[in-house]
Ligand binder design. Structure first.
Ligand code: ATP
Length: 536
């Protein structure tokens, strides 16, 4: 599947629109249309249900060290600025960027790569912002143009070494930036804070600056004590939250994959330090399986454990759940979810102040006066176990998923083309979304075969019986084949058709989106039949 085809379908059928499109759009912001809103809501609801409300705390789930409890929260987007200072985001949430003085474009320093080209003893580092095979082609074309070479003189150009990151280059004077024809136009790398700043209060000044949260996790940590004190939860337990996060991404791209406003689905799971490694493995495998169960069952999904040098400043173990999105080069994967063992880093930072690595452990970072650089809350966030009489700071396992990236992966995986016979039996091309029934925006469509002979009345009756339970759609316009095709394109798993036979024996046909199999059921059995099929 080409990404353009999916993007076109998303727009045509109301899944995704560019934000503020009539004004030319705003880069990195996306709106979910009538179908998209249902799909993303189903993703979120499946997550919340599977992780929180349907969790049975009275049993030990397969692979878990013990039974555990799950609960939820809904925190504000703007929080006390000290939260971000202690969490490390204020100081560390940046990427290094380079700007191009000529093209006025900005690139993530670590994402620009290039190779050394040589022609008539002149060496130039030809840079590109694309990856894989495309990067090789682009650098080749750029070098040919730069050295003014025609195809027949191509052998005057030689390459010294493979593609390497711009971070390995010291002298930017010899660099030909990704979107320019001149040498040496890239600036030195600069820090760039990804948090959106805002001012709280009408007359607020710089001291009242606050930030839109770049992740939902911190709201959970700062409420840890509230949850323990107000409920009867006992460790081990998890707190889940779904909500918007904001990052002023430098290069938003690849449809919704890298947006500036997006939604996260995060769990902070609190456990005893002695069992945290086992819990980490449990959550890593459990979260991976969740995607498999909802349809990402092919080899485009993978679980990748981080190398030790890739781990974040707090982590003792991290795995990414990744998907081979079609916009990536062959063999490349994009992160859907990170599952991290965070130790006691977060609770400790909010207790004592911002931490930095010291030897094998962490210590509160000091300023030049020997004081904490960013002071913590000073509140006691330890946990007291009244059974063992032990007081300790829990360890945290964090499965952190993106609702938008998951939705995009489900769409990519679902996009299917096949051939089906048309009304006259001739094979014709069909595009359909093979979405898991739990995720499909519409669960069933109800059609009268023709708009006469009492069929619309019966079809409406069936529609009304289904509507309180499922998102169903009624359609009586146009040829029935076209109606099927429209439902296939938005991933509706079942179509129910009232035809001549219905009027005689009270049965209707149900058609399966994927197999095209059709079978008859009594019209009053439709709700039970659809329920049974959706949960099969
Ligand atoms: P990346 O390396 O791709 O920027 P990240 O490692 O910074 O991602 P996390 O901080 O681990 O991402 O965030 C957890 C999840 O939130 C990600 O796995 C992803 O699903 C989602 N997410 C993060 N940034 C974005 C974004 N800009 N747009 C959409 N989803 C995002």
């Amino acid at each position: 599947m080409e990404m353009d085809q999916l993007v076109a379908l998303c727009k045509r059928r109301g899944f995704l629109f560019q934000s503020s499109e009539i004004y030319g759009g705003l880069q990195g912001f996306w709106d979910y249309g009538p179908m998209g809103v249902e799909l993303k809501r189903n993703v979120r609801e499946a997550w919340w249900r599977d992780m929180v409300t349907a969790h049975d705390e009275s049993q030990v789930p397969p692979g878990a060290p013990s039974a555990y409890e799950m609960t939820g929260l809904d925190c504000t987007i703007i929080m006390h600025p000290q939260v971000w200072k202690c969490s490390g985001h204020y100081d560390m949430f940046h990427d290094f960027m380079v700007d191009c003085r000529d093209s006025k474009r900005r690139y993530r320093y670590d994402q620009v790569q290039g190779r050394w080209a040589e022609c008539d003893s002149r060496r130039v580092f030809v840079a590109t912002a694309v990856t894989g095979q495309e990067a090789l082609e682009e650098t080749q074309n750029k070098a040919m143009k730069f050295f003014n070479l025609r195809a027949k003189n191509a052998d005057r150009l030689t390459w010294n070494g493979p593609l390497v990151s711009l971070t390995t280059i010291e002298d930017f004077a010899e660099v030909l930036g990704p979107d320019t024809k001149q040498l040496g136009t890239l600036t030195q790398p600069r820090e760039f804070n990804l948090m959106f700043k805002t001012i709280v209060g009408a007359l607020g000044g710089e001291d009242d600056a606050a930030f839109l949260r770049p992740e939902t996790a911190q709201g959970i940590f700062v409420n840890f004590k509230n949850v323990v004190d107000s409920t009867r939860v006992k460790i081990p337990f998890g707190i889940a939250q779904i909500g918007k996060s904001f990052r002023n991404e430098i290069t938003p791209r690849n449809f919704t994959f890298r947006s500036r406003e997006f939604e996260q689905m995060e769990i902070e799971f609190f456990c005893h330090p002695g069992t945290s490694a086992e819990w980490y493995r449990y959550w890593r495998d459990r979260r991976y399986q969740w995607y498999v169960d909802l349809g990402l069952a092919g080899d485009r999904l993978r679980l990748r454990d981080h190398d030790p040098d890739e781990l974040s400043h707090y982590s003792c173990g991290t795995a990414d759940i990744e998907y081979a999105f079609p916009f990536l080069a062959d063999g490349e994967f994009g992160e859907l979810e990170g599952v991290a063992h965070r130790g006691d880093f977060d609770l400790r930072s909010h207790m004592e102040g911002k931490l930095v690595r010291q030897g094998d452990g962490f210590a509160v970072e000091q300023n030049e006066h020997g004081q904490p650089k960013h002071r913590g809350s000073g509140k006691d966030l330890t946990y007291y176990d009244d059974l063992t009489k032990e007081r300790y700071l829990p360890h945290v396992i964090e499965p952190s998923a993106g609702a938008d990236r998951a939705t995009l992966a489900f769409l990519c995986e679902a996009y299917t083309e096949d051939e089906v016979p048309d009304e006259k039996g001739r094979p014709t091309g069909r595009v359909f979304l093979r979405l898991h029934p739990r995720l499909a925006p519409i669960k069933a469509a109800v059609f009268p075969l023709v708009r006469k002979d009492g069929m619309p009345e019966v079809a409406r009756e069936i529609y009304r019986a289904l509507k309180p339970h499922f998102n169903v759609f009624y359609d009586e316009k146009g040829a029935v084949g076209r109606r099927y095709r429209r439902q296939d394109e938005i991933g509706t798993p079942f179509c129910i058709t009232v035809d001549g036979q219905t009027m005689q024996d009270g049965t209707v046909t149900i058609r399966d989106r994927d197999t095209l199999e059709q079978w008859r059921v009594k019209k009053e059995d439709c709700p039970d039949e659809i329920r049974r099929r959706l949960t099969a």
